[in-house]
Each structure stands twice: as structure tokens, then as C-alpha cells.
Design a protein around this ligand. Sequence first.
Ligand SMILES: *Cc1c(COP(=O)(O)O)cnc(C)c1O
Length: 363
Amino acid sequence: MQRVPMNDLSRALTRDHAEILRSVSGVLSSGWLVQGPEHNAFESELGELLGGPEVIGVASGTDALEIAMRAAMPAGRSVVVTAANCGGYATTAARRAGFTIRYADVDVDTHCLDPRHLDSVLDDQVGIVVVTHLYGRAADVRDVQAVCASHGALVLEDCAQAIGAATADGPVGGLADVASFSFYPTKNLGALGDGGAVAARDPAIAAAARALRQYGWTSKYTIGHDGGRNSRLDELQAAVLRLRLHGLEAGNHRRREIIAAYAASATASVRVLPAEGTGHVGHLAVVVSDRRDQLRQHLDAHGVGSDVHYPVPDHRQPAFAAEYADVSLPVTERLAGQILSVPIFPELRDDEIQQVCDALASF
Ligand SMILES: *Cc1c(COP(=O)(O)O)cnc(C)c1O
């Protein structure tokens, strides 16, 4: 029996080998290795795709989160609010920046931050609320913004899993005050290594992010912003990202098709989180089951890989769980024991998709 992998990056790399080599070769000929023409063009092309914010390339999605937090945190505030079911990236970034974190629970259907839980954690110390567009689903930024506005807090969209998702108000990444992206190889827009970006419409936030990614420089050798670092997006990565930007929409479409096929074959004991319309880009195919661990064994016995995104909520992570011992997030904690991710990437073959469908149907 063939095994269906969670991901196989070699398929796209093999298919696009010649084109990628052409892009790489162009960079070598140009003599630019950092912040050259490919990098600048990628920043403006992504900005256009997002509907106009300024884009700042950085070295990873976690760096993008940290730099966005530092750039946007209103003066006199130091608390970040986030959901606890998004893999710990916002937590890692906020802790590195020296900010305090508070957690809010998520909606049982969307798995995204629930605006109804925000009021109880917001006060005049909270400067930033992170909304993660989880699994590729555009979260409800408007409702979160409405609650935040009355408390003077800004909204940061974590778009690492949702690049290309569109809402009635425009693309994710251009909806709130600031946004972060990751180009880790398995993301919907993946580099040949690490990469990330910050997006912001406010020129002051954009300028601060631009400075913070390069030592805090406001001009060469002049440190105008404290808290800076070196986090640049390489020219080679930018060239590959520009190339892959052309295939983003087709890849996102294919991902939605795959999830629709899974949804069509699921039984009453497995709920497939829907990914319908352009407001979802199918980064992960997630199913919910009361018998998650048995489902996982069943899929494994039928040659289907799976994983859990994510098994340990942020406030229960061993490194700092003691600080959050009195925090209770009932929906987040329950979902962590019920969710299971099944294979999804655009190069998945039809026979592999069918194998996943059959395995889901026979559970
Ligand atoms: C992948 C991911 C990140 C982190 O990106 P890196 O490039 O790996 O640092 C942040 N947030 C979310 C939601 C992610 O999925």
C-alpha cells in the first residue's frame, strides 16, 4: 500500500527545477545578495496583492511577528493578547520582545480568536491583539477591531497560513493595523528556506518595521529605533518568491478542492473544517473527532499520514506553563484533543486524495 505523506516538497521543486535555476542564475549575475532589485520588487508585488500596504521583507515569520509587535505597540503599553491554539509563534515573538501575554479563547466552529471573549482581557495595558488566520481561514478581523478600538488596542494579523485569502473588505494582511507573513517552505507561498514579511498601511509603523529589521537604522549607521536586529530577506529567496507568487492562486484553489473532497467523504464521526470560497486558502486540512487518537491510528493503518496542529496550547507549554496556571481556555483546551490534520499540498495526486477520502469514510 502506498503512503500518503503530509507534505512532499520535492514534487514542486522537481517540476519547477528549470525555472528556479533561472531565477537563481539571474541573482548570481546581478551581483546583489541582500536587499537588491528582486527583494525590492517582491516587496512591491506583495504589497499590490494585499491591496496597498507597505511590505517589509524579513528573515522569518516569527521575526515578522516580533518586529510587527515592536513597531506597532502603542507608547506606554506592553501587553499582547492572542489565541493559544496557533502554534506558539505569537507567544514566542511577544516573549522575545519583552511583552506580557494574555490569552483569549477561540470560537468552537472557526477555531479563530472569538471577539466575544476579548472584552474580559482588554484594558489600557493591552497594545496589540494578534488575530491568526488559522489553517488558511480569514478570521473575523472586523469584529475584533471593533472591540479593540474602544480600548485603544491595535490589531496584528498573522497571515502565515493564509496568504491570498480574500474577504469582502479585501485581502488578509491589509485589513488591520499591521500584518505578518511567513515563507517557510511548507507555507502556501514557500521559499527555499526561511523568509517572512511585515505589512502596514500606517507609514510610521512601516518605517519602524523597516528600521527594526536592520539594527534599528533610520539611515546607514544611525540607530533611530531601539530594539533592532538583523532580519533580512535574502535576494535569492525573494527571486524564488516572485516566481512562486505566479502559482499562488492556482495552488490555493487546488487546496480548497482537496478539502472539499475530504468533506464529501467524511462520516458523522469526523467533521472536516470547511474551506469554501476565497476566504479560505486551505493551508491545513483539519478534521475534528471525539476519537481523535483512534482516527489517527485508523488513518495510519490505511497509509495516510497525519499530524496535530497544535497538540499543546501556548498556556500549557512546559517552558512557561507555571505563569499561566490559573488561565483556563475551555474551547482551546478541548479542541487540542480533537483536532487532526490530514495531508494537503497542491501536488497531492488524485489517487492519493482518494486514498485519504476512503480512509476517512471507513472510520
Ligand atoms: C509558520 C507560522 C509562523 C512562523 O513562521 P516561521 O517562518 O516558521 O518563523 C507564525 N505563525 C503561524 C500561524 C505559522 O503557521
